[in-house]
Design a protein around this ligand. Structure first.
Ligand code: APR
Ligand code: PHB
Length: 389
């Protein structure tokens, strides 16, 4: 087989890149390890930056998001009963869109199907060959046969555990990592949200987040030790902990119910540089991981696609390589700013085991400052809604 760009990974970044390239007349083949149902069954965050909303519309995959998504003008940070509202609208003139990543991925599959895109599922043993030459190719096993695709470029959109990053020689890679000593226990329930905006709660019992998917589907998280397992947490124990972290007036009216999904996610900050090696480009989780505190995971993947899609169109269609030559540097500049924001948010609202009373007072003072300084709120708002591309 032969194509312009082989895309490894059929998650949101691979699909969005493929959709934007196909709309510009660039051919792609997407290779996805899992069956489509499994890709669509992953429960992930659901806050979209203004730039992500625009990119999905540009890809022709934004119609349902605009119809069913919920624009949010603000969010809340709480410390005990102190509630600080960050008014994105007043501070930046922009909003975020609350719309699940699962829905985004489903919309991108529908858009790709409508274009007759080539997406192969349940591929195995993907190997990227000669990426440091002018004639890369990809080998993989599909339908029991070993196959090969020749291409001009390869996009590694295969997440943290994919093959693409590991294809870049260790001698070339520089990796940066911060692992946080706690995880997020998430619970999904068919109950009305605790509040009409997200609440990031800092408390003596640690961090909690009250989020939602729609008026009858809520998503909550509480901070747990990494050693905890989901089985350790009954629904009742979860609701009790959540209530102890939320402001009293919110906890009083919280509607609880049976969980329909419960899972623990570790928190980590990770960056692998460079994002390019010859004709191979890394995108999204294949190159970087953010803790979910800043809701930047999906948005950062879309940011990479913003820089790479135009660069590949210019290279494939017009032989112009300025875009691909500067992709890594341009994308990393925005990645590191989002890394900083996600790290500072994580430090601001989580309790660290063994921390001293000074640390707790620093978090309290940070939130107090947020409540008293419009400048501090504007800084947070600008980062939360998404810095310019
Ligand atoms: N071959 C083919 N496909 C692979 C391989 C492989 N060797 N390894 C992984 N994949 C597939 C996975 O099955 C997954 O569907 O690559 C896809 C990667 O998708 P994501 O992990 O969702 O990564 P990305 O598209 O970059 O999206 C980033 O996802 O994890 C969230 O918080 C993260 O929101 C962020 C977003
Ligand atoms: C979610 O809705 O799952 C969510 C929202 C915001 C975050 C993280 C997760 O920061």
């Amino acid at each position: 087989m032969k194509t312009d760009v082989v895309i490894i990974g059929g998650g949101p970044s691979g699909l969005l890149l493929s959709q934007l390239l196909n709309r510009a007349g660039v051919e792609t083949v997407v290779l996805e390890r899992s069956p489509r149902e499994r890709v669509l069954s992953r429960i992930r965050a659901g806050v979209l930056e203004a730039g992500t909303v625009e990119m999905l519309q540009k890809a022709g995959a934004g119609e349902r998001m605009l119809r069913e998504g919920h624009p949010h003008e603000g969010c809340i940070f709480s410390d005990g009963d102190l509630m600080v509202r960050i008014d994105f609208g007043a501070l930046t003139g922009k909003t975020v869109m609350v719309y699940g990543q699962t829905e985004v991925t489903a919309d991108l599959y529908a858009a790709q199907d409508a274009m007759g895109a080539t997406i192969l599922h349940e591929v195995a043993e993907v190997a990227i060959r000669d990426a440091d030459s002018d004639a890369p190719f990809v080998e993989f096993t599909h339908d029991g046969a070993r196959k090969r695709i020749d291409c001009a470029y390869v996009a590694g959109c295969d997440g943290f555990h994919g093959v693409s990053r590991r294809t870049i020689p260790e001698s070339v890679r520089r990796e940066y990592e911060r692992v946080y000593p706690f995880g997020w226990l998430g619970l999904l329930s068919r109950t009305p949200p605790a509040h009409d905006e997200l609440i990031y709660a800092n408390s003596a019992n640690g961090f909690a987040l009250a989020s939602m998917r729609n008026p009858m589907l809520s998503r909550y998280y509480v901070q747990v030790p990494l050693s905890d397992r989901v089985e350790d947490w009954s629904d009742d124990r979860f609701w009790e902990r959540l209530k102890s972290c939320l402001p009293g007036e919110v906890a009083e009216t919280l509607v609880t119910g049976p969980s329909i999904e419960k899972s623990i996610a570790p928190l980590r900050s990770f960056v692998s540089e460079p994002l390019r090696w010859g004709r191979l480009f890394l995108v999204g989780d294949a190159a970087h991981i953010v803790p979910p505190t800043g809701a930047k995971g999906l948005n950062l993947a879309v940011s990479d696609v913003f820089y790479l899609h135009q660069a590949l169109i210019d290279a494939v269609r017009h032989g112009e390589t300025a875009g691909i030559d500067s992709y890594s540097e341009r994308a990393l500049r925005r990645i590191w700013k989002a890394m900083r924001f996600s790290w500072s948010m994580t430090m601001m609202v989580h309790r660290f085991d063994g921390e001293d009373s000074f640390a707790a007072e620093m978090r309290r003072a940070t939130l107090l400052h947020l409540s008293q300084s419009e400048t501090a709120r504007r800084d947070l708002a600008e980062n939360y809604i998404g810095l310019p591309f």
